[in-house]
Design a protein around this ligand. Structure first.
Ligand code: ZN
Length: 623
């Protein structure tokens, strides 16, 4: 295992501004003082409770309790281990990472499989891109396909690293074997068909993609994690998916279809006031939007849009314009999308073109450029207008039964919105579109919700819907240990004195605060306290890291820290000694022959306990 030098980790933490790290994923706003605030990347929320203190280098979410520093943030948001997270930060901020001598430094065996599969995709994307650019028959075929058939520019191909897999899919296996990727990574990257028991050789790596245009799929951080492959005339007859226009990478350690939106890595930096996301159906639609200057377009991977994609989206912007094909399939996709979008708290509009029966974003933008976007924007429909039109195309002439049925369909969609205010507004808007009396619509909606509530109540609760108690221990428990821990972290000069005054056995080590207090006091006692900014080695579990980060993030409101420390010690002492005192009183009051029958020693012990409990607690504070 390569071990990064502690001095290097320390240096990195000093040089990296946490706000820069976090703002790659979270839009931050000022929140008083040096603090910043944004929507939490760890849980779904609509008002920001994710706080960042760049000066202290810590973040804390007051909604879900997640807390930590720059390294924790990268670990948790990018699923990396400690070493990888430090390396990623080093790379991003131009800090050279130094390793302990003899520990080896990074080697392919030490990288986790995920990281290796990412690296492998990077290499594969480069391989396909070079094949696309090559001045040979394959390269020329694909360049021509790109510019003449798809009518895209060569520059766009460069920008997105569009690639080509030749009819045999040859060369990729050899290129990756040369790069010495591990057998596990080659088996699980999804780029090859490999028989389970076959040894990895050039021959056993049968390419999944042949004779297809290769579009690299990047995750929201811009890492290539999969490919979409477009069928061409070169797609061979023995391709198992010969008739499929588009073939995607299968799910791999780095690719889950439902979690990914094409072009989100670029679009998220272009959204902002007046520039909402534009959701289109396919990758090539999104590329077309980009090519005409509409840089906020994204596309779901394959046909399904999932809730987790929308939660991801919501981190960056709440407004989404949907631009789906105006054919039946496109409309169905839009209707599937709507309830999930309302649930995620997204503000949705549907782009349509007045008078157009068939609307294909690719073709429209190709022919008319960005001007077409302005036009479809003008004809945009709100979520409710769209839903109502789908449920009841002709409200003027509809019978009461038809209207009532349409209202139920719309209610089902509206019920997904979590905000009461939003629901009520949706219902009144829908009543207008469906030409229903407002009061009646509202009453019907309440009845609908009541029915829904009864159904939900009849279902047993899902086990994962239980509130987690991990981050919220009862407020009253262990407050003394927590207070003392807080003092050790914020008033480090008191640590040694506390360690001298507090016997280990008074601390309840049945919870993280006690465990940490015990451990920290041990360090103070032995004069080996590393300082609060260098606690990495001291923290062994995620709970411990979270607790310390939380405490570091809080500003202690103590006027007189030594006094608070003394009070904490008094409470721990009382907790440790008083039960024994009560036991003795009881034994003295009810003398029984069998147990603790020696009153003299009981009396002695009692007076000793009284003495201890009365003893003033004074902290010998070194100044
Ligand atoms: Zn949170």
């Amino acid at each position: 295992m390569p071990v990064i030098k502690p001095t290097c980790v320390r240096d990195l933490k000093l040089r990296v501004n946490l706000a820069d790290v976090v703002s790659r994923m979270v839009t931050l706003r000022k929140a008083g003082g040096a603090r910043l605030k944004g929507l939490c990347p760890f849980h779904n929320e609509k008002t920001p409770s994710f706080n960042v203190d760049p000066d202290k280098g810590f973040y804390k979410c007051f909604g879900c309790g997640k807390a930590g520093d720059a390294i924790t943030f990268v670990r948790e948001t990018e699923q990396l281990n400690f070493t990888e997270a430090v390396e990623a930060l080093g790379k991003r901020f131009g800090i050279v990472i130094e390793y302990e001598e003899g520990s080896g430094g990074p080697s392919s065996a030490d990288r986790t499989l995920r990281q290796e599969v990412f690296d492998l995709h990077d290499a594969a994307a480069e391989h396909f891109y070079q094949a696309f650019k090559a001045k040979d028959a394959t390269g020329e075929f694909f360049q021509k396909y790109w510019t003449e058939k798809r009518r895209f520019t060569p520059e766009l191909a460069d920008e997105f690293k569009i690639g080509a897999a030749d009819a045999q899919g040859s060369g990729l296996g050899a290129a990756l074997l040369r790069r010495k990727f591990s057998e596990e990574a080659l088996r699980r990257c999804g780029l090859f068909f490999i028989y389970d028991d076959a040894a990895i050789t050039l021959h056993s790596l049968r390419p999944r993609f042949r004779g297809r245009l290769m579009i690299p799929i990047r995750d929201h951080q811009g890492r290539v994690c999969a490919f979409t492959a477009r069928q061409t005339e070169l797609t061979p007859d023995d391709d198992p998916a010969k008739d499929a226009k588009y073939v995607n990478s299968p799910e791999t350690p780095v690719f889950t279809k439902g979690n990914l939106l094409f072009n989100l890595d670029r679009a998220r930096t272009n959204v902002g006031d007046g520039k909402p996301f534009v959701m289109v159906e396919g990758q090539l639609d999104a590329l077309r939007c980009w090519s005409v200057g509409l840089k906020t377009a994204i596309a779901p991977q394959g046909t399904s849009i999932t809730e987790s994609q929308l939660v991801l989206l919501r981190r960056y912007h709440t407004q989404v314009e949907c631009f789906f094909d105006s054919d039946g399939a496109g409309q169905k996709a839009a209707l599937r999308f709507l309830p999930m979008a309302l649930k995620a708290g997204l503000e949705i509009r549907f782009l349509t073109l007045a008078g157009a029966t068939k609307l294909d974003p690719d073709l429209l933008f190709l022919e008319r450029g960005l001007a077409a976007y302005e036009e479809v924007k003008r004809g945009a429909q709100s979520a409710m207008a769209f839903a109502c039109r789908a449920a009841l195309p002709e409200p003027a002439t509809a019978s009461p039964e038809l209207k009532s049925r349409a209202a139920q369909t719309v209610f089902e969609i509206v019920a997904n919105a979590e905000s009461e205010v939003a629901r009520s507004e949706f219902v009144s808007e829908a009543a207008g579109h469906l030409r229903l009396p407002l009061a009646a619509a509202q009453k019907d909606f309440q009845a609908f919700l009541a029915r829904l509530g009864r159904q939900a109540a009849a279902r047993p609760a899902a086990p994962d819907s239980q509130p987690s108690t991990l981050n919220s221990p009862p407020a009253t428990a262990h407050t003394s240990e927590r207070d003392l821990l807080m003092i050790c972290l914020h008033f480090e000069n008191l640590g040694k004195a506390i360690s001298a005054a507090l016997p280990h056995e008074w601390i309840d080590t049945g919870h993280p605060a006690g465990v940490l207090l015990n451990r920290f006091l041990g360090e103070f006692e032995h004069d080996s306290w590393p300082g609060r900014d260098h606690l990495d080695d001291q923290l062994e579990t995620p709970e411990e890291r979270t607790l310390v980060a939380t405490l570091l993030f809080e500003t202690p409101s103590f006027d007189d820290p030594p006094k608070v420390a003394a009070e904490g010690l008094r409470q721990l002492r009382a907790r440790a000694l008083e039960p024994r005192l009560r036991q003795i009183e009881l034994a003295l009051a009810n003398p029984r022959a069998d147990i603790e029958s020696d009153p003299i020693s009981l009396l002695k012990e009692r007076s000793e306990l009284h003495r201890l409990l009365r003893q003033p607690i004074a902290l010998a504070v070194a100044v």
